[in-house]
Design a protein around this ligand. Structure first.
Ligand SMILES: [Zn+2]
Length: 197
């Protein structure tokens, strides 16, 4: 296989890139050797060399423990449990969360053969056992797999002193009731809050 074929084949493994767009991306890179190809190759090499998973929470960083776990201004007793890094980044972008995280690395899925041993659940149970966690927030996707995983984790932490909460499901900010799907509206009704009693 030629080097170009190999480049195209690797690029085609990226999310959102099929073989055709991978070929376009490869030629785009090769035509911009100094401005793009070489800096990208250097950045990829540095990432492969220096970025690793935090041994506490599973976040990716050049340091272990990661910057979030080391930050003394964050509440170490509050841990937000997410499926993957993209979810951690999404919550960080809100700027509204000042606790720590636990990245599971996926969700339980009988269909895909993903069991508890394939996720970072033992590490979470160990963190809970060590007594450092006061509250765990289940921030998992509102999918069957996400909710199955949430139930499993709740069971696993049942014997600990950790308080477990989950994200509210409901009407999105700026949302109009008429446009919501039935599942969201039903969840919003079930999770209604008292405004006067
Ligand atoms: Zn960490």
């Amino acid at each position: 296989m030629s080097d170009i074929d190999r480049l195209v084949q690797l690029l085609a493994k990226l999310p959102g890139l099929g073989p055709r767009s991978a070929r376009r991306a490869a030629f785009f890179l090769l035509k911009r050797r100094q401005s793009l190809l070489e800096p990208l190759a250097a950045a990829l090499a540095a990432a492969a060399r220096d970025i690793r998973a935090c041994s506490l929470c599973g976040n990716l960083d050049t340091a272990d423990p990661c910057a979030i776990c080391r930050d003394p201004k964050r509440d170490a007793g509050l841990v937000c449990i997410v499926e993957d890094l993209a979810d951690l980044w999404a919550i960080e972008r809100t700027g509204a969360y000042k606790g720590r995280y636990h990245v599971l690395g996926g969700t339980l899925s009988a269909l895909d053969g993903i069991g508890p041993e394939d996720l970072h659940i033992d590490a979470l149970a160990a963190r809970a056992r060590d007594g450092g966690i006061r509250e765990a927030i289940l921030a998992l996707n509102a999918t069957v797999e996400g909710q199955t995983t949430a139930h499993y984790i709740t069971d696993r932490l049942a014997g600990s002193t950790v308080q477990i909460s989950r994200l509210a499901h409901g009407v999105p900010v700026g949302g109009e009731l008429d446009y919501l799907d039935e599942g969201t509206l039903a969840a919003a009704l079930a999770a209604r809050q008292v405004v006067k009693s």
